[in-house]
Design a protein around this ligand. Sequence first.
Ligand SMILES: N[C@@H](CCC(=O)N[C@@H](CS)C(=O)NCC(=O)O)C(=O)O
Length: 140
Amino acid sequence: MKIYDIPGFPSPLRIRVVIAEKALASQIEFIKVDLPAAEHKQSAFLAINPTGTVPVLQLDDGTYLSECTAITEYLDNLEGNPTLTGTTAKEKGLIHMMQKRADDQLIDAIGIYFHHATDGLGAQLKPYKKPEWSDRAVWG
Ligand SMILES: N[C@@H](CCC(=O)N[C@@H](CS)C(=O)NCC(=O)O)C(=O)O
């Protein structure tokens, strides 16, 4: 398997934690995507993930999986302990609920604030900024 990501960014870090917890590092090759140089907005990368974000997991059969929740679920369903996404119906439901809440109400809100209320990744990568959106991110 291959992971397209860049060290030090929050979403790639989420998956690196999963890989560490599941002890899968020896099975994964990391491919660095140069975000500051906007490599993730070029056609070659958009062909593997049209949303233009990292991380992306490439399976050995060539399938590409993006979105941290989907990658986490895939890796968790491979063999090995611990189980991260639940074993019973109740655990799976509760963990899915908390991941969705964390994404929608925390991580997305921080991202909106970062990209629109600060310089973020720079004008070249995010030319469109709407500072008022950061109020929505902070105050709900
Ligand atoms: N919903 C996505 C979000 C991924 C994401 O926003 N990744 C950031 C890095 S932390 C990214 O690629 N940002 C580049 C950009 O937005 O231009 C996921 O869960 O994987």
